[in-house]
Structure formats: structure tokens, C-alpha cells
Design a protein around this ligand. Sequence first.
Ligand code: ZN
Length: 147
Amino acid sequence: MPGIEDLYREIILDHYRTPRNRGELPPPAVYSEGNNPLCGDDIRVYLDITDGVVRDVKFSGQGCSISQSSTSMMTVAVKGKTVAEVKAFVRRFKHMMTLSDESEQIDESINLGDIEALQGVVKFPVRIKCATLGWNTLLEALTASTK
Ligand code: ZN
């Protein structure tokens, strides 16, 4: 019987080989770009926000399997959510990645689903940056969209 580690590895590889929501969105969609020079990861996140809801999200760029699959999973998770829901979701994810601020309110009831496959990355501190790159880039794009 395959263990949970194998299952997690399969989920990550699946998103790396078959990324979801890959591409670009034309203006008026906003985008932000993030990179992780330690690993060579480069990611652009495009957001179409209408009436406070993420109507569409896409990403482009290149990098390691962790950065690419994490961003792919993120796009699936945030599509259709309100800006407030997305922010709470990102906080919940960063909490799992041991990056949350003590003062931040974490909603433990938020189900991360497949994204829990990334929790093993916490054991490799240099890879945490890979896993969170797309998420930080998403937050920047959210900020850009509300200007
Ligand atoms: Zn990386």
C-alpha cells in the first residue's frame, strides 16, 4: 500500500507535469512577478478580479517542480473566491508552511485539500521559498488590483 508520502509526491508531480491555469490574461487583468534567485524560480501571476471576486487566474514562468506545482494548486484553489477568502486561504497556507505571524488570525477550518501535499517541504527550509513564491506573487497581484 502506498504511503502518504508517495501520494503527496504523486500530487506534486501531477501538477508539475500538467499545470492548471497556465497562461496569461490580457489587461485589464493585473499581474505581478516574483522570483526566487536561490533556485532560479520565476513566476508571473495574472488576476482578473471583478466585484471583489477572483473571476480568473493564470500563471506563467518557470522553475523547479515545487514552485510550479505549488502555484498550479494555488490557482485552482483561489479561482471563484472573494478577495477576503483568498487572503484567509493564503494565511492558512503560510501557517502550514510555518511562516505565519503570531498576530495573524488563522482560520483552521479552511481545508487546504491537495495543497497539504506540500507540507513535507517544511522539512527542507530552502524549499519553503519555492513553495510560497506563487502565493506571495498572488498577494502582490491582489494589492495591485485594488489600486
Ligand atoms: Zn525552486
